[in-house]
Design a protein around this ligand. Structure first.
Ligand SMILES: Cc1ncc(COP(=O)(O)O)c(C=O)c1O
Length: 750
């Protein structure tokens, strides 16, 4: 019939007769001869389901169907007693049954994950024969009542009745609300084979004989109920299995709410049917009764649990918090803008200033768009922190996934931190190979400062004249944008930022003089630090030769060179991933932050091994939150998106386009001066008619654009530079909106 020959051996089975055939060529198959009462339509459904699974998820280890010479998946034979039996043949799944302590920890997660994959593969499958009466169908559990009298012990009978009553009260009314599909319905260790060398690797899923159309969650209840065999805490088993399942096929709150009862019902089912079968097949009594006894014990323990507490654990394993609705309903309060402004001033104090004359109340972000509380959307041409776009799904998913898994500190081994450190250092030249994670740009610069002082033995700093490097006590002293010149600390001296993208103040931008000034105050430079996009100084790319001169001179004076890449790192300047790459230099220390976590607080310091070693030998360094697994997941996701969506290239294309169009606009509006920067960090000077900086006009243009729902900023020593710095997913269409808005604002404001 199938053209097979070979040696035949018998296999165990509850309802069918199964044989293994070993062919001379070494292939192995299972011949399944169905019970004569078996409905051929149900058999056909099983066979078609296998073909469907193989098509949808070929990696799932399910048997393949062998077709007969008639190209049929199902054949029939006549037995000696004259009855006909349907036959089908499947490939044999080699491997071994999970070891007797099959409920070992190594298997719980793979079981949950594999079951979820199987359910996903069956999602699109339907067969009319899938709706049939089956005693093993959990949704039909009320039928078990008719079998209760087979339970000999009255206490056990009472226990089974107790859980069937609960099923009737708690589960039955909810069944119509549950998502349903065809499920395996007997995915338990006995129906699986695992790799000989790795009991945690499932290599075969067997026995699709109980498949049925029923609520999806029944599959998981069936599996969990079967796992309670060893000494392991049942709740641990359940939580592990549920969490792994949920990661692949997210569970719904109602499903989780019913799990306590469904697991109990499945255990009840095992024992009611088990007791019935003991009566039916007294020969097997010893085997069945042994198993049944252990399930009674489990059921008794189950009854002593608090269902609400159990459900709470299942909810949390899936990232749900049972009190969420209660808390959120209390929190959502409508408040007028003026009361919010007043409350804010009172609660946050006067340092928390707001952007724009008419401040925004933003509640949602997506890509380059921000949405206010009224649902109005604004084109975000200002924010560089959401580097790959507000709420990028890949970043959001990475963060939420890792938050659910674990969040600790660098005091434990973890793969993500190494992967991120590797991907960052791979982007930097040798010998910058040691990456230390922190949470903010300020912390990164603070750490750089400590290293620089330690290694140089000096205590002076060289900064540009309108810089910003952070907010801590030490670093605010390097932020001349914030601190008036006369108040800068004595150990800090300034030099000049570039004059344009291509020019700088000859011969050395005043660095020599700055070093001399430090000397006059009895300080020598420990570090030179500047934002390599000069964002606060007006926005420039480093002109050719500029960095080389500064680096050489600093090093001659004994200082280290720190490249602050907090603004422009990660490809914003398009041509290069880091700002310092515009010149032929290698910094001693690179600091980075803002875009690194797309809004998640993540920053880093990368340096040479010997500098890190010097710090370790001195005080060492620990940062509670720096480099935690969630931050690292965010950082990795950002790098993924930059690469996959080719955002550096996008910054180049759109940045060049904007540049060209702004040059054209200048012809119509002479108040627009030089354009500088690169990629998606551009500065446009706004000037008076006699070519001096016009901060007032720049501010009015910015506020006019805000009213028209396009958000930009201003910067520079005179605050007359329009700052164009959108998320890197800014495209041509967004560029047109921006240009139209600038044109309109100039039309109205000039
Ligand atoms: C160039 C530069 N360095 C450092 C910082 C400080 O970063 P953070 O605000 O994350 O402390 C900033 C912040 O604006 C910055 O622009």
């Amino acid at each position: 019939m199938y053209g097979l020959d070979g040696t035949i051996s018998s296999l165990d089975s509850e309802r069918d007769q199964n044989f293994r055939i070993d062919t001379p060529s070494g292939d192995q198959f299972v011949i399944k001869i169905a019970n004569s009462a078996m409905d051929p339509a149900v058999l056909m459904m099983q066979v078609e389901a296998l073909a469907h699974i193989v098509m949808v998820d070929p990696e799932l280890p399910v048997p393949r169907v062998l077709y007969s010479r008639n190209e049929s998946a199902l054949e029939w034979i006549q037995a000696n007693d004259g009855r006909s039996h349907y036959v089908h043949i499947l490939t044999y799944m080699p491997g071994c049954y999970p070891p007797d302590d099959s409920t070992s920890r190594a298997l719980y997660r793979p079981l949950g994950a594999c079951l979820a994959r199987l359910a996903c593969a069956l999602r699109g499958f339907y067969h009319p024969a899938a709706k049939y009466e089956l005693l093993w169908d959990l949704k039909q559990s009320m039928a078990l009542r008719g079998y209760l009298h087979h339970i000999p012990d009255p206490e056990h009978r009472q226990l089974a009745g107790y859980f069937l009553d609960r099923f009737e009260r708690v589960v039955l009314p909810e069944i119509p609300k549950l998502r349903s599909q065809i499920i395996h319905n007997d995915f338990v260790p006995n129906n699986l084979v695992v790799a000989e060398e790795d009991p945690g690797e499932i290599v075969g899923i067997l026995d699709f004989g109980d498949m049925i159309y029923t609520p999806l969650i029944m599959d998981l209840a069936t599996l969990i109920a079967d796992l309670f065999r060893g000494p392991e805490d049942p709740q641990e088993i359940a939580v592990e299995t549920i969490a792994a399942y949920h990661e692949i096929l997210p569970l719904e709150p109602l499903e989780l709410t019913l799990l306590y009862d469904l697991i109990a019902t499945r255990m009840t089912m095992l024992n009611v049917i088990g007791s019935w079968r003991v009566n039916l097949y007294p020969d097997n009594q010893e085997y069945i009764a042994g198993y049944v006894d252990s399930v009674w014990e489990n059921l008794m323990a189950w009854r002593n649990l608090d269902p609400a507490e159990v459900t709470r654990r299942y909810f949390r394993a899936c990232g749900f918090w049972e009190s969420e609705e209660l808390v959120l309903s209390k929190r959502v309060s409508k408040e007028t803008r003026s009361t919010q402004l007043e409350r804010r001033a009172r609660l946050l104090g006067p340092c928390a200033y707001l952007f724009y004359e008419n401040p925004l109340h933003i509640v949602r972000g997506e890509g380059v768009w921000l949405y206010d509380e009224e649902g109005d959307r604004y084109l975000d041409v200002y924010n560089n922190v959401p580097h790959v776009g507000h709420c990028h799904p890949h970043v959001v998913k990475a963060i939420s996934h890792q938050t659910r898994m674990l969040n600790t500190s660098t005091r434990y081994l973890h793969g993500l931190i190494l992967e991120l450190a590797e991907r960052i250092t791979n982007r930097l030249p040798e010998p910058l190979s040691v990456c230390m994670f922190v949470c903010t740009g300020t912390e990164a610069n603070e750490l750089a400062w400590r290293m620089a002082k330690l290694v140089s033995g000096n205590d002076g700093a060289l900064i540009t004249r309108h810089s910003y490097h952070g907010n801590s006590d030490a670093i605010i002293g390097f932020s001349s944008e914030e601190v008036p010149f006369e108040k800068l600390p004595a150990h800090v001296a300034t030099f000049y930022a570039p004059l344009s993208n291509t020019t700088y103040r000859e011969p050395d931008s005043g660095l020599h003089e700055a070093i001399e000034t430090l000397g006059e105050r009895n300080h020598r430079p420990a570090m030179l630090i500047f934002d390599s996009g000069f964002t606060s100084d007006g926005i420039y790319t480093p002109p050719s030769g500029y960095l080389r001169i500064l680096y050489d001179e600093t090093r001659r004076a004994g200082g280290l060179c720190v490249s602050d890449e907090v603004q422009v790192g990660f490809g914003r300047f398009a041509q290069h991933f880091w700002g310092f790459e515009f010149d032929d230099v290698v910094p001693d220390i690179v600091t980075m932050g803002k875009p690194m976590g797309n809004g998640h607080p993540l920053a880093a310091v990368v340096t040479r091994p010997e500098i890190a070693e010097a710090l370790a030998a001195d005080t060492g360094y620990f940062n509670t939150f720096g480099g935690n697994p969630v931050s690292c997941a965010a950082g990795l996701a950002v790098l993924d998106v930059i690469e996959v969506e080719e955002l550096q290239q996008n910054a180049l294309i759109i940045g060049n386009y904007l540049w060209e169009r702004l040059l054209e606009l200048r012809k119509d509006y002479p108040v627009l001066g030089e354009i500088h920067g690169a990629g998606l960090l551009l500065g446009v000077d706004v000037l008076t008619t006699d070519d001096s900086p016009d901060p007032d006009l720049a501010r009015r243009v910015m506020n006019h654009m805000r009213q028209n729902k396009v958000l930009i900023g201003t910067t520079g020593p005179n605050n007359n530079v329009l700052k164009i710095r959108p998320p890197l997913v800014f495209n041509q269409e967004h560029a047109e909106l921006l240009l139209a808005s600038i044109t309109n604002a100039l039309e109205e404001c000039v």
